[in-house]
Unconditional design. Structure first.
Length: 185
């Protein structure tokens, strides 16, 4: 027989989880990815132990905060993979850069995700890397970019530009386009 208290615990767990993610999203948007975990727990109205039961690490919390944005970007990359290889890659890098510039904390999360074990699933970095690999491979096959261009180099470029120009999408696009001139064959 099921425990009648199981459902309230489950809904309480879900409510706390949602409150933690919402508080983290607001604070990361305001203060960046290094916001205090204690402050996130406090804003969510829970203790730090509750936060740590829900999220094993800061990176795990950030992955949850950015999940929807990353999924939108993944879908966009799939759309772009159906068109011209060079245009698709350039458009992808521009849109990824703008998303990173306008989403405070995302560049740090992408960079930190590069160090996460790929067997840990769909991290922000893994999803963005997978999308970039597809587009770079298509551009390489069409000789639309220089043969030494790598997905990892382009992701590092996007992350660096986004971190350097946080909140300034026009500056980000200008710097990215300057760099992309260097990948033409």
């Amino acid at each position: 027989m099921a425990n009648p208290k199981a459902a309230p615990q489950r809904s309480d767990w879900q409510r706390n989880h949602e409150r933690l993610v919402a508080a983290a999203a607001a604070l990361v948007a305001r203060d960046g990815a290094q916001v205090s975990l204690e402050e996130i727990a406090r804003d969510a109205g829970v203790g730090s132990a509750t936060l740590h039961r829900h999220f094993a690490s800061r990176q795990a919390l950030l992955e949850e905060v950015f999940r929807d944005a990353v999924e939108r970007l993944r879908r966009r990359a799939r759309e772009l993979a159906g068109g011209d290889p060079r245009t698709g890659l350039v458009t992808w890098l521009e849109e990824l850069t703008i998303a990173a510039v306008n989403t405070r904390g995302l560049p740090a999360s992408l960079a930190a995700g590069a160090d996460v074990d790929p067997h840990d699933g769909d991290t922000c970095h893994a999803v963005m890397r997978e999308a970039t690999v597809v587009l770079v491979d298509r551009a390489l096959a069409a000789a639309a970019v220089r043969p030494e261009v790598s997905s990892d180099d382009l992701l590092a470029l996007v992350e660096a530009v986004a971190q350097a120009t946080e909140g300034d999408p026009l500056a980000a696009l200008r710097l990215l386009r300057l760099a992309l001139d260097g990948i033409r064959p």
